[in-house]
Design a protein around this ligand. Structure first.
Ligand code: CMP
Length: 140
């Protein structure tokens, strides 16, 4: 089915100047960028976005990392977009990420792991609404 998902290019990958290389992977996989913005998240914004991880031991480090520089946030649309984006990203820990995935190629550690992607269609809808009013998402 045609789906939409959130992708965030994290501060490490933005600093490495690989936004375009990562966008190219989305496009080659048939995913369209239907909304996008660069944003330096506030602490409150990062905490709110990752609220499901609030009780996890890595929460504070995750939030500090996510506010360490600007991120690029986009909505991707395509057939099976949620899973397709997760396949392109590879495993959360780059040491476990399959060759040729975004995290295998651009991530340095489980914290600085280059990209975030929604883990389910349900969370995708929540995450899209967190960053983009419906009027800023473009059918194309
Ligand atoms: P992300 O997909 O953005 O979702 C939460 C992030 O927490 C994850 O990517 C990792 O960058 C980070 N993280 C740090 N330690 C862990 C861990 N042990 N398990 C899962 N995520 C972790």
């Amino acid at each position: 089915a045609l789906e939409r998902t959130i992708s965030i290019i994290k501060p490490d990958a933005v600093a490495k100047n690989v936004i375009g290389e990562i966008y190219s992977r989305f496009e080659k996989a048939g995913l369209k960028v239907v909304a996008a913005k660069m944003k330096h998240l506030s602490k409150a914004e990062a905490e709110g976005f990752y609220a499901v991880h609030r009780e996890r031991p890595f929460f504070n480090a995750l939030v500090e990392f996510m506010i360490s520089g600007p991120v690029m946030v986009q909505v991707l649309e395509g057939e099976g977009a949620v899973l397709k984006n997760r396949e392109l990203m590879g495993a959360t820990n780059p040491k476990e990420a399959a060759a040729g995935t975004i995290r295998a190629d651009f991530a340095d550690s489980i914290d600085a792991n280059a990209v975030h992607g929604s883990d389910s269609l349900e969370n995708a809808a929540i995450e899209i609404a967190y960053f983009f009013p419906a009027t800023d998402v473009y059918a194309r």
